[in-house]
Structure formats: C-alpha cells, structure tokens
Design a protein around this ligand. Structure first.
Ligand SMILES: Cc1ncc(COP(=O)(O)O)c(C=O)c1O
Length: 272
C-alpha cells in the first residue's frame, strides 16, 4: 500500500531540516565576513553528520554571493541551511535578510544571563562542534533563562559542571588582565567571532588562555561577554543575579569590540 500523506506534497520538512546543519554569516558593506571560515565549518559539520554535499565549497560560496547580490543589501545576514533528503544528500536553502543587531541599549548596559538546567549534548552523543540544525535544546534554554528573569542562557557541559557557551554565542571573560575562554573539547561550537577576537587580543597584547570555567569563575570575573556573528561582542553584566565587575560593560570588552571592528574594516578593504 502506498504511504498516505496529508497534505499530499508534504514530507515532514521540519524533521528533515532538523537533521541538517547551517551557518549564519554577517555582511558588512556588501561583503560576507570570513566566508571561507564559515564554509569550512559548514562542510566540517556535514562530514560529522554524514551529509553528502553536491556543491563544492567554492560553488556554494558563489551561490551565496549571487543571492546576496540579488538582495542588493549592504548590511545583512546570510543564512544557509543544508536540508538533507532521505539519501542524506543535502541541498542549500539560502536566506538573506537585513541585519538585526542587539539594541544600542543592550550594548550600553550589557545583558543578564542565567545558567540553565538544560545542558548541551555530551560530546560523545552529538558533538556541539557541529553546527547542527536541531534547536530544541536552545529554545528550551532561552525559555528557562527568561523564566528566571534573564535575557539569555548559559549552558553547562554535558557531564561536568563547566560553563560552555550560550545558545547562539560563545563565552569569554577577563580576569586580572587575561582573556579566558573555555576550550572546544568541553563541547561547544568553535565560534568564528571568538577566533577573530582572539586575533584582536593578540594585536592588543592582551594575554589569552583557553581554560574550563566554573560558575564561581564567571561570577568573579572582572568582565564577562558573549561573542557571535550577530552580536560581535556583547557585555554580560549579571549572571544568576550576581553583578559582574562594576555592573557595566568593561574597558577590555570595549577595546576588543573596537579592535574587532578594525579587523572587519581591514579585511573589507583587502589589507589582510
Ligand atoms: C551554539 C553556538 N555557539 C556559538 C556561536 C557563535 O559562533 P560565531 O561566532 O561563528 O557566530 C553560535 C552561532 O553562530 C552558536 O549557534
């Protein structure tokens, strides 16, 4: 007996979408920032998920740029989701939208976050280094944070008690003049913004260290911040009701943000 579908053309698209991977990229002055790094991470995610990618990274990059050019947007977000079919062959679904950054007030005041009960997958289950599309854990985590009166969530790692990342951002802190961030082996995404900020820190002669961080470490940080393609770097001024540092975005966070913007400008004008 043939299978029945209702509606007949529908093949559970949300389920298919959820088993793929995706990237979110930022467009500054009409150019996709760090396109190659994003493509590299997308194909690494696809390898992990055993998706077959008919397009080469170069072809997909051309496709993204073509859609971006059609949009004529200068400040934008480009999203690509790889949607696998039943044979695990993944085709791109591309969306270009005007950019929506956090508000000026969020940058001025910083945001409040909460460490939530929902955990990221342990690396042996689904490695969070893959940017997989299933977002239920993140939706749940943001909801838990909001129920606690916070803006965003922080995850603990799958097994221990180290803080790993936020739902769509990496985590960093400043303590005694050192930029500290948790290592990927704890189970978190290797953020491209985080990588750029690591480079910025080197230029600023700000020492860096990858080290597992506990809630105790974060509560006692001089400055804490989230980093992502859409946020760049955004100060965290309260965690679980504890005020961080002075309660205002700190000087190193602001220096790193300026240095990040300078790197973006240099790359757009081809001086890298
Ligand atoms: C879970 C998670 N961590 C971190 C990030 C930040 O990565 P990037 O700086 O490459 O945007 C993202 C989002 O892009 C994410 O979804």
């Amino acid at each position: 007996m043939p299978s029945l579908r209702e509606p007949s053309h529908w093949s559970m698209p949300t389920l298919e979408t959820a088993s793929g991977c995706f990237e979110t990229m930022r467009v500054y002055e009409g150019q996709i920032f760090r396109l190659h790094a994003h493509l590299g991470r997308l194909y690494a995610s696809a390898t992990y998920l055993n998706l077959h990618m008919p397009l080469t990274p170069r072809q997909l990059g051309q496709r993204l740029n073509a859609v971006l050019a059609r949009s004529a947007l200068q400040e934008a977000v480009v999203r690509v989701a790889m949607i696998p079919n039943a044979q695990r062959i993944a085709h791109p679904s591309i969306v270009v939208q005007p950019v929506s950054m956090p508000t000026a007030q969020m940058y001025r005041r910083g945001i409040h976050v909460s460490v939530v009960p929902t955990r990221r997958f342990p690396i042996g289950q689904i490695d969070p280094q893959a940017k997989f599309s299933a977002r239920l854990g993140s939706v749940q985590a943001v909801m838990e944070a909001q129920l606690r009166g916070a803006d965003e969530a922080l995850f603990l790692d799958g097994l221990g008690g180290y803080v790993t990342e936020s739902t769509a951002s990496n985590l960093g802190m400043i303590k005694d003049g050192v930029f500290l961030a948790p290592p990927c082996w704890l189970g978190l995404l290797a953020g491209i913004t985080w990588q750029v900020l690591w480079e910025a820190a080197r230029q600023l002669r700000l020492p860096t260290q990858e080290v597992p961080l506990t809630r105790h470490d974060l509560y006692n940080g001089d400055e804490v911040f989230l980093t992502s393609t859409l946020k760049e770097i955004l100060a965290v001024t309260q965690i679980d009701g504890r005020v961080i540092g002075t309660g205002k975005p700190g000087p190193q966070t602001q220096r790193l943000h300026r240095a990040f913007r300078a790197i973006v400008r240099r790359e757009l004008h081809g001086h890298h």
